[in-house]
Every structure is written in C-alpha cells, then in structure tokens.
Design a protein. Structure first.
Length: 196
C-alpha cells in the first residue's frame, strides 16, 4: 500500500498519477487528513476553492471521478461565505453520468446545507450574530433550482418507486437526495410559499 508524506503529495498523485494509484490516493485523502497532526489547511482550502477550475482541466473521466471524490473529503473546509462560488460546479456534478461523481456532489451539497440552515434549526442560539436573510434567499434559490433540475430528469418510470433509496441510480435520484436533505434541514413549512 502506498503511503503519502503529506496531503500535497496525495493530490499530486490524484491529478497526475496512473489510474490505480490515482484512485487509491483519492480514497485515502480523508484518512490522511484525519491522521495528520496539523493538516495543511491553507493548501486544502485553496484546493477546494479552486476545484471547479482544476476539474475543468481534467480530461480523463476516471481522473475526474478521483478528483471529485478527494475534494468531497475536504469540502468541509470550504469557506462558508464562498459556497455560492461552488454551487454552479456542484449543479454540474449532479448531472454527471458517473454515479460516484453525483454522490460526491450530494455529499458536498449536504456539507453546505448544514451551516446555511443552522439559524433555522437552532433559532434561539445566543451565539448567532449574523443576518441570515441572504442565506434564506440562497436556500430558496437552491430549492427552486433543484426542483427545476428534477423536471429535466423526470421519467414516468420513477412513479413506481415509493422511496428515494429504491430509485435506480440516476441524475434524478441524486438530485432528489440533495433536495430532501435541504428540505429536512430547513424544516417543515420553510418552502411552503415557493411556487414550483
């Protein structure tokens, strides 16, 4: 098993290594971060924030998958204020043909939704000091955009499935997974006035 000196070396293998080494490195990113005494957070934040640009420069499908899987393990480091910068890329990933890439996108959306909905889930927390009107607007825009994507990928055969988990692997299922997480975190009634 290949060992990596640091996270930079791991990402170098993800982006430049042979297929099998790249895959192994991408799956080890989370473990490496958790085992490091002092991870290079500045480097990781820079990687996350630059990930849409990096992703566009990757031509091989398998390397795209490995890169997205690695980034999804570090996505929690993204600056909350910069999530809006990353949403167009996440929407692009939700529509990818590769299910691993779509699932990584769902996980990254879930990571974003947590801090964005904190004020809704814990309205009486005295630590809150931020004006959340912008977050509420963004949450509603995300809700509408996810519903819009659902209509693009809708197929009548999905009517036979009662639960999201039982849907066949598809863009529709991935979008549903992100949407239901958003709805759950915002709570009942938050989106009631939104016109679909």
């Amino acid at each position: 098993m290949e060992e990596f000196k640091d996270i930079k070396e791991c990402f170098k293998v993800v982006l430049e290594g042979e297929r099998i080494a790249s895959k192994k490195a991408s799956r080890k990113v989370h473990k490496i971060i958790s085992m490091m005494k002092r991870p290079d957070y500045d480097y990781l934040v820079e990687m996350v924030m630059d990930s849409p640009h990096q992703y566009m420069s990757i031509s091989e499908g398998w390397r795209q998958e490995n890169f997205v899987m690695a980034i999804s393990s570090t996505f929690f480091l993204a600056d909350e204020a910069q999530h809006g910068h990353l949403f167009p890329w996440l929407f692009q990933l939700l529509q990818h043909d590769n299910g691993n890439i779509r699932y990584a996108a769902v996980r990254m959306f879930e990571t974003c939704f947590g801090p964005m909905t904190y004020h809704i889930r814990f309205p009486d927390d005295p630590e809150q000091y931020k004006d959340y009107r912008m977050d509420n607007t963004l949450l509603k825009e995300l809700f509408m955009s996810l519903h819009g994507l659902l209509s693009v990928y809708w197929d009548a055969r999905y009517e036979q499935y009662e639960y999201i988990n039982s849907l066949p692997s598809s863009q529709y299922k991935s979008i549903q997974m992100a949407l239901v997480t958003l709805e759950d975190m915002c709570g009942e009634g938050f989106f009631d006035n939104e016109i679909l």
